[in-house]
Design a protein around this ligand. Sequence first.
Ligand SMILES: [Ca+2]
Ligand SMILES: [Ca+2]
Length: 166
Amino acid sequence: MKPSRLWAASLSTALVIIIASAASATPPDAVIAPADTVTIEVLESNSDFVNRLSLWGPSVDLAVTDDDTGAVRTVSSRAGREIKLQITPYDPTNTVRVGGPWRSGPGARNSDGQVHARVTTVGNCSLVEFEDLDATDWAATDEPNFVDAVLHIYPSGPKPTTCPAP
Ligand SMILES: [Ca+2]
Ligand SMILES: [Ca+2]
């Protein structure tokens, strides 16, 4: 092996180790930024509450709710870093808070100890589906159904064709 190729092989091994250690620090059910600049698109949801969307680490009000179907927001992150999303449910008139906030990632982040966001990633696009009811209300009917705030997350620019359907 030529010295230059050996050097390249060593470099690629080092990169694999760095990537693997970064991935192991990622909590389950997390939303991972696919690029440094990310588009958050609000898809159609089916919830009586008005679920306000924000980031919690750091805290950023995205000034959009689950009812704003088609709205997009752009956030700066770092490719591979977690995007910490949360929904805060308000009553149908969007004046009285009725629960939450419910955070993406492990259930331990939430007051009821449950996972409140399902994340499905295909290629560089993630589908994020939130549940807005507290787990104490899950026994009845078909809850949790994870249809209460629905998002696509992808690199800013043309929307990827891989985005999973809800
Ligand atoms: Ca709603
Ligand atoms: Ca629900």
